[in-house]
Design a protein around this ligand. Structure first.
Ligand SMILES: [Zn+2]
Length: 59
């Protein structure tokens, strides 16, 4: 089998160790740390404003 599936995000492709690069980076906590912070911050401000930006779709 050539193709694997990332065991983190289930993306198909040939990944070393069964994990795609983005997920590998996230697991290592590199760069993603900042992203999380930004996302959290944005979420907060949305709540603060009291605006309903639709419902989040959870896969
Ligand atoms: Zn992945």
């Amino acid at each position: 089998m050539d193709k694997n599936r990332c065991m983190v995000c289930a993306k198909e492709g040939a990944f070393e160790g069964g994990i795609c690069d983005p997920c590998k980076a996230s697991i290592r906590g590199e760069a993603i740390e900042g992203q999380h912070q930004v996302k959290k911050d944005a979420d907060k401000s949305l709540h603060k404003e009291g605006t309903e930006i639709g419902k989040k779709t959870h896969g």
